[in-house]
Design a protein around this ligand. Structure first.
Ligand code: PLP
Ligand code: COI
Length: 359
């Protein structure tokens, strides 16, 4: 696909940009450009790939995304490596997951090479927007939504795919070494539902429990399974890992109700390579509490693109609260985090072909 390049009439002035990216936090600052590609079933599918200024998009009030939430997204990061080149971490995995989400939401697939090229074009256009802060990166948000004006309930025939970029620092406002999580009574995804898809609707449903967590002073919500209300699934925007005193690690299995995290997959690979036993098994809230109290469980960490690897220090719910280990980041959490971040930033050798350098 050849991208049309529209010149930007008024990019953000350098001094304003520098100020904006000095301490960007997460998801608040946006760059100059965006990529857009349109889909029309009546026009042979995907067409008009464009790299242009980031600008508001016009939507018909009947656009089906506004009514039936046919929307999916991805999240990945572009890094500036030690040698100055820019790189993406496993963009092919995001492209593949995007298409699995599309399939679940009855949306058209976008060829994986087009997804990766769109991300590449956007990042190269905004290469001056990498924040210099420690741990900083350019967070990439590709997404697709139905923009056909139609109120019947059926898959739309028209879609828009966009890529926007957001300079990012720490996901958690507190920047604390370990986060505190709230076990919600609400569930996120039921068997047969959309839990494994990265669709906006999943996040809309998580906002009340997340608001509850924030109001009680916690950083994230833990969701239990919808069928038995017993098994730990994941956090609102991260997967979970549990580390035991015998050195083994456990993470909830992919049963269709949690997001198959790319960080999760990478951590499993790195831990196994290190000789550790990683079990993908169900783990109950009761067992979590019992093991934390007995000391059999020594660490818990959350992982995801935005949050990287973050220790969970405290767990609270309607039945009271408990602390994990010392309440701060454990040894393995730190080792795995350093290894992953090192690969992402080019200071640890990438033996898996995970890092895609951008010219
Ligand atoms: N679980 C949920 C619900 C998420 O939103 C995310 C973030 O994308 C993850 C897990 C972690 O996925 P990944 O490691 O691919 O970013
Ligand atoms: C990510 O880690 O990329 C996410 O999408 C999690 C959250 C910010 C939605």
């Amino acid at each position: 696909m050849d991208f049309t390049r529209l010149p930007h009439p008024a990019p953000v002035p350098g001094a304003t940009r520098e100020q904006a990216i000095a301490d960007p936090g997460f998801g608040k600052v946006f760059t100059d450009h965006m990529v857009s590609i349109d889909y029309d079933a009546d026009k042979g599918g995907w067409h008009s790939p464009t790299l242009g200024p980031r600008e508001p998009i016009a939507l018909d009030p009947a656009a089906s995304v506004l009514h039936y939430a046919q929307e999916i997204f991805e999240g990945l990061k572009a890094y500036r490596l030690a040698d100055g080149t820019m790189a993406l971490f496993r963009p092919d995995a995001n492209a593949a997951r995007f298409n699995r989400s599309a399939e679940r939401l009855a949306m058209p697939a976008l060829p994986e090479d087009v997804f990766v090229e769109a991300v590449r074009q956007a990042v190269l256009a905004d290469k001056d927007w990498f924040p210099a802060v420690d741990g900083g990166s350019l967070y990439v948000r590709p997404f697709m939504f139905a923009n056909e004006a139609f109120l019947g309930v059926r898959p739309a025939t028209r879609y828009k795919f966009l890529v926007i970029l957001s300079p990012a620092g720490n996901y958690f406002k507190s920047g604390a070494p370990a986060v505190s999580v709230w076990v919600s009574d609400y569930t996120r995804a039921a068997p047969g539902g959309t839990g494994a898809a990265k669709c906006g609707g999943n996040y809309a449903a998580s906002l009340v429990p997340t608001g509850e967590a924030f109001a009680r002073g916690h950083d994230q919500t833990v969701f239990l399974d919808a069928a038995e209300r017993k098994w730990i699934e994941e956090l609102g925007g991260m997967n979970l890992f549990f580390v035991f005193d015998d050195g083994t690690i456990l993470t909830p299995p992919l049963r269709g109700t949690i997001l198959p995290g790319i960080t999760r997959d990478s951590i499993i690979t790195l831990a196994r390579e290190q000789g550790l036993t990683v079990r993908e098994e169900m783990y109950s809230l009761d067992q979590w509490r019992e093991d934390a109290v007995s000391g059999r469980l020594v660490e818990t960490f959350a992982c995801g693109t935005a949050a990287v690897v973050t220790a969970v220090g405290k767990v609270a719910g309607h039945d009271g609260e408990f602390t994990i280990g010392s309440g701060g980041p454990g040894q393995l959490t730190q080792t795995l985090r350093e290894k992953l971040v090192g690969i992402q930033r080019g200071t640890v050798e990438d033996t898996h072909g995970w890092v895609t350098r951008l010219g």
